[in-house]
Design a protein around this ligand. Structure first.
Ligand code: SF4
Ligand code: SF4
Length: 293
């Protein structure tokens, strides 16, 4: 998911809409904020669509793109960055993240906190990204964006890609050819997408449900906790009545005790069960009377 999925107001009166129709923008692209649409190349791309791009330290625009941007941090982004920095979730969130609520979907997500004076990413240095091997998936995708949609009445999501062409970015004039698939593989974004699957599913499903699903403040807090702070979510599971109420296989309990990735996956299954009645996780018979989390 790109950071550009984070704002959404198709109802707004917007003169750009005429242009978008004329350019055959996909409906999902039309509903993006106008500053995003201004830099979109209005062609739907699939995995085998080709484009030319190269970014390198000698390019005149080097580092321009690492300031004044919104980078939505996924659960796996945070795990990788924290491991790299060797800090707790709490310390990471305090130092590097700002909570943000998706306009449609009402689920809170963390954004990377840019330097308030310079607008730069905190990991940007004169010689480039100081966390390059562990950079967030949004940075890995750039200049490709991904649009994700949840198919109504289905368990499946649908995705397509598009190019982001900002005036300052000279990488588009370079002559190195990629397909979307080879770009994703080269940048490692495909692996991140796999690990963020449960989180993306939940955001999309919640967004497409609209007002039919009520997200309480408590559920939003659980979602943010599961997305950002596995230590705290683990304390909630193991130090509350959770394990007395939910029917978990013993091997699942052992896995989520120590494995952060497994715990995050489990957390989103649990939230899907609460929000949408998914049957992956059941209450113990004796706990059926107590339905609140
Ligand atoms: S603006 Fe484009 S080419 Fe320049 S450093 Fe950023 S991604 Fe690379
Ligand atoms: S994490 Fe790295 S690549 Fe991403 S915006 Fe920050 S400095 Fe740039």
């Amino acid at each position: 998911m790109s950071d550009h999925d984070s704002e959404y107001d198709p109802e707004q009166d917007d003169p750009l809409q005429e242009r978008d129709h004329a350019l055959n923008f996909e409906p999902e692209m039309r509903s993006m904020p106008r500053e995003v649409r201004n830099v979109l190349h209005p062609v739907r791309m699939e995995g085998d669509t080709h484009f030319k791009f190269r970014c390198h330290p000698d390019i005149p625009c080097f580092n321009t793109c690492c300031a004044n941007i919104e980078i939505l941090l996924t659960p796996y982004d945070i795990l990788r960055l924290r491991k790299r920095l060797n800090i707790s979730a709490e310390a990471f969130l305090y130092e590097y993240a700002t909570p943000y609520t998706l306009t449609k979907g009402q689920l809170p997500v963390p954004l990377m906190r840019m330097n308030p004076e310079t607008g730069k990413c905190p990991f940007n240095t004169p010689s480039g990204c100081s966390v390059y091997e562990d950079r967030p998936v949004t940075c890995r995708y750039y200049p490709v964006g991904m649009a994700l949609m949840h198919k109504q009445n289905s368990q499946e999501n649908e995705s397509f890609y598009y190019l982001i062409k900002e005036d300052y970015c000279q990488g588009h004039q370079e002559n190195l050819e990629w397909s979307i698939d080879s770009w994703r593989q080269d940048q490692g974004s495909d692996g991140y997408d796999l690990r963020n699957q449960g989180w993306m599913d939940l955001i999309l499903k919640r967004r497409s449900a609209g007002d039919e699903v009520n997200t309480s403040l408590q559920l939003s807090e659980f979602f943010y906790m599961a997305s950002t702070n596995p230590e705290e979510f683990r304390r909630f599971v193991f130090e509350s009545t959770f394990l007395k109420r939910f029917d978990l296989a013993p091997e699942t309990v052992e896995r989520i005790r120590t494995d952060d990735e497994a715990l995050i996956e489990f957390a989103f299954d649990w939230l899907k069960a609460i929000l949408f009645g998914d049957k992956k996780l059941a209450l113990k018979p004796e706990a059926k009377a107590a339905q609140t989390p």
